[in-house]
Write a protein that binds this ligand. Structure first.
Ligand code: ATR
Length: 274
């Protein structure tokens, strides 16, 4: 019988994780089955318990269960503890191990796939919710020259920055407070693109050779990426590469082997016919 994995979310039907992990398994000759499982909003832990009882070896967790998954774990990786959220679970002998591969996926997409080192760069992280929190420690591990968190609510940005202050200096402020500064890498971790909104960023935050990265992906350019292009940003990227790389990192956690990602990412970029 092949090893059983799943992604839990609500909604979950749109998830590309089954396709991605099935492709990784085929390419690396590993025998596993990967399903999308819809968990009721008030029934995540029960759904996980049923999955473990059915022999599930590991799972990914997506919206809105990442914080609940964090609380369910009996052991956490350092990066999951820092993120306060878990996107990868591994089950063995009654233990629930939780990891968070989102930040590693983002960093790998930027440094490897896009070929843009983060070391010594000035990074502006937009947003102060769970998505932003999950990527801060891995970004700091790349030793940027500066990391500033800007958010609609500056108080939330300040709280988040202080939670990571033991790792490196992290600045914070409102969008308006970035006036007069420019950044090499701007990462949109707000939910603004979901609602088609752009961010009130001062002109000049996009340094000419900068990378504008939207953690969202989907239908064409997001409002943030259109905004960045209009301000002359040299490199634009959506979150599809991060999605594939966080999955590769989860696959590594479960199977001890990192799958190649380039071909799959190219196929996904080519569209639904792939
Ligand atoms: P997630 O887990 O996706 O980060 P979240 O914790 O609800 O979700 O956080 C959403 C983030 O998007 C927050 O930083 C939020 O800003 P506030 O903290 O000020 O609410 C941000 N956000 C959502 N809609 C936005 C919009 N239209 N413009 C700017 N920021 C927005």
């Amino acid at each position: 019988m092949s090893d059983l994995y799943a992604v839990f979310g609500n909604p979950v039907a749109h998830s590309k994780s089954p396709l991605i992990h099935t492709a990784f398994a085929a390419a690396s000759g590993q025998d596993l089955t990967y399903q999308a499982r819809l968990a009721p909003l008030d029934g995540f832990s029960r759904a996980v318990a049923e999955f473990v009882a059915a022999g599930g070896k590991g799972a990914n967790v997506t919206v809105p269960f990442k914080e609940e998954a964090f609380r369910l774990c009996t052991r956490l990786s350092e990066r999951a503890a820092r993120a306060g959220a878990v996107n990868t679970l591994a089950f063995s002998g009654g233990e629930i191990f939780g990891d968070n591969t989102d930040g590693a996926g983002l960093v790998r997409d930027i440094t490897d796939n896009l070929g843009l080192p983060l070391h010594g760069k000035r990074i502006l992280l937009l947003g102060a919710g769970g998505a932003a929190r999950g990527v801060i420690a891995p970004l700091l591990a790349e030793k940027p020259a500066a990391l500033l968190i800007a958010n609609r609510s500056a108080e939330k940005a300040a709280l988040l920055a202080s939670a990571f202050a033991d790792l490196a200096p992290v600045e914070s402020g409102s969008f308006g407070e970035t006036e007069g500064q420019s950044f090499d890498v701007l990462i949109n971790a707000t939910a603004a693109s979901l609602s088609g909104a752009s961010l009130p960023l001062p002109a000049g935050v996009f340094a000419p050779a900068c990378l504008a990265y939207d953690m969202m992906y989907g239908q064409g350019d997001t409002p943030f990426l259109r905004q960045a292009a209009a301000q002359g940003a040299a490199h634009l990227a959506d979150g599809l590469g991060m999605l594939v790389e966080q999955a590769a990192e989860a696959f590594l956690v479960w199977r001890g082997q990192r799958p190649a990602t380039a071909n799959l990412l190219a196929e996904l970029r080519a569209g639904p016919a792939a």
